[in-house]
Design a protein around this ligand. Structure first.
Ligand code: DMJ
Length: 522
């Protein structure tokens, strides 16, 4: 074959496999945060990435057609519903996914909606946790990716409305606050207590907000919570899921890496990553490592197939059950593994891989090949579904993404594809994606959760994208999969405002984060 034909073939191959975001000339700028160079990858991966992008387009257009401006879509009845006070949560949660996938027209329309219609002066008792991770996190991520100031202004407006929740004796926030009046309270079922995962899952967003506005109050409020908890931190690092906001002490003795506990542990690690792993944030890492000892004390192995799982605990009683929600843990362990000395790092990464195998098997043992919400582990029976719904959750896919990034083992991409196809076969309907009431019968529900667009589809997309798309030494994902740029941490809280150029781009100024510090994931 002549050299010109070879060159033509090469060009064709290049056109076929390049990331779609690169088709937009805007993305060829070396300053674009998503991808700075053309990356050729294998055709199978490229086709998979396109299919995931098409799934996002299907989910988004369905929402656009039938639920525009509502919090989420009900695909079967073709209408919108408001479950978060009518904040257009699906739009805000989707912004960064649209941007990363290069769905530029859709991103532009979403941005216009945010600028013109997203207002927060609502007489609505908002969940501080949900509003922080979806709205504040979604807006900050859109700001970091696009540089459009409207997103930062809206994030600040929302955070200011949430702040009254922190007005307690200890500074541990209450879990709900009225967006118009600032009146705050805890969930009635928690009997005056605050929920661990909810008080411990605002740090990334609030620290990021302080960095970008040069207003220290957000960082101080959110970080104080962890410092208060640190004062009475248990030796095994396992905090009960309820905390008394007046004393800062645990209430009850239920320990969980699933609902109500999960992202507290995730944010200990990620606040350390976000803070450039410096001395100023070492307390986060220390607490996290203590908690990981506790996590290991809860790990058991099933019979006959030796699946590792994380028990929950009530008092001194171990409960042999693990929710799919806890399947974020393999990803967290993989992300945290490289901060250990080599021998321990290897052990932690192996545990992450073992748990990842368990979570993948959650999908494989059901008729639809989609995971239920929770699994029981009984001697001789490995795992059985104990709660059969699937609401399009992301945790296992999230962990497969981290496991692939940290091990480069292509098996995780294959496992991810099995799960993607199961969503396509069972959850895709003509007007969006729905959850399942039962993963064995396949009976559908009528809800397309916003986290399907924010998280599940984004992690699938990244699983089939090169690691240079949102590199983990420059970005940290909040618990709703919104990537926040890692920038220099400000501890001198009177520091001058940081310029956009200083915000962590590898081409950035001297105040930007040095690429290559810390996490090396290949
Ligand atoms: C999301 O809102 C976040 O991932 C949160 O941490 C847990 N619940 C859902 C997804 O399952």
């Amino acid at each position: 074959m002549g050299s010109s034909r070879l060159f033509l073939l090469f060009l064709l191959l290049l056109l076929y496999v390049v990331n779609p975001v690169l088709c937009d000339p805007r993305h060829l700028s070396t300053k674009h945060p998503v991808q700075r160079f053309l990356t050729v990858d294998d055709p199978v991966t490229a086709v998979r990435r396109q299919k995931v992008r098409e799934a996002m387009l299907h989910a988004w257009s369905s929402y656009e057609n039938f639920a525009w401006g509502f919090d989420q879509l009900q695909p079967l009845t073709k209408n919108g519903e408001n479950v978060f006070g009518g904040l257009g949560v699906t739009i805000v949660d989707s912004l960064d996914t649209l941007y990363i996938m290069g769905l530029n027209d859709q991103f532009r329309k979403a941005k216009e909606w945010v600028a013109a219609n997203l207002t927060f002066n609502k007489n609505y008792d908002a969940s501080v946790f949900e509003t922080t991770i979806r709205i504040v996190g979604g807006l900050l991520s859109a700001y970091d990716l696009s540089g459009e100031k409207v997103f930062l202004d809206k994030a600040k407006d929302m955070a200011d409305r949430l702040l009254p929740a922190w007005n307690t004796t200890t500074g541990i926030p209450l879990n709900s606050v009225n967006l118009a009046t600032g009146e705050a309270h805890n969930w009635p079922w928690a009997k005056g207590n605050s929920v661990l995962a909810e008080i411990g899952t605002t740090q990334l967003e609030f620290i990021a907000l302080s960095q970008r506005t040069n207003d220290s109050k957000y960082q101080l409020k959110a970080e104080n919570v962890i410092k208060v908890l640190d004062k009475n931190y248990p030796a095994d690092g396992l905090l009960p899921i309820l905390i008394d906001p007046e004393t800062g002490k645990p209430s009850g003795s239920t320990i969980s890496f699933g609902a109500l506990g999960d992202s507290f542990y995730e944010y200990l690690l990620k606040a350390w990553v976000q803070g450039n792993k410096t001395q100023a944030v070492k307390f986060y890492r220390d607490m996290w490592e203590t908690s990981m000892k506790g996590l290991q004390s809860l790990v058991r192995r099933s019979t006959p197939s030796n699946y590792s799982y994380i028990c929950s605990k009530d008092g001194t009683t171990l409960i042999n059950e693990m929710q799919e929600l806890a399947c974020f843990a393999p990803g967290m362990l993989a992300l945290g593994s490289s901060g250990y000395a080599p021998a321990e790092a290897g052990l932690i990464l192996s545990l992450a891989e073992e748990l990842g195998r368990t979570c993948y098997n959650y999908y494989q043992i059901t008729k639809t090949k989609l995971a239920g919400e929770s699994y029981r582990f009984e001697a001789g029976k490995d795992m059985t579904v104990s709660s059969a719904a699937n609401i399009l959750r992301p945790e296992t896919v999230e962990s497969l993404f981290y496991l692939w990034r940290f091990t480069n083992n292509q098996t995780y991409r294959e496992w991810g594809w099995d799960i993607f196809e199961a969503f396509e076969n069972n959850s895709r309907v003509s007007n969006g994606y729905v959850g399942l009431k039962d993963v064995n019968t396949g009976e559908k529900d009528n809800t397309m959760e916003s986290f399907f667009l924010a998280e599940t589809l984004k992690y699938f997309y990244l699983l089939y994208s090169p690691p240079s798309t949102i590199p983990l030494d420059q970005w940290v994902f909040n618990t709703e999969a919104h990537p926040l740029r890692i920038v220099n941490r400000v501890d001198n809280l009177k520091a001058k405002p940081m310029s956009r150029e200083g915000m962590g781009s590898s081409e950035g100024g001297s105040r930007g984060r040095k690429v290559g510090l810390g996490l090396r994931h290949k």
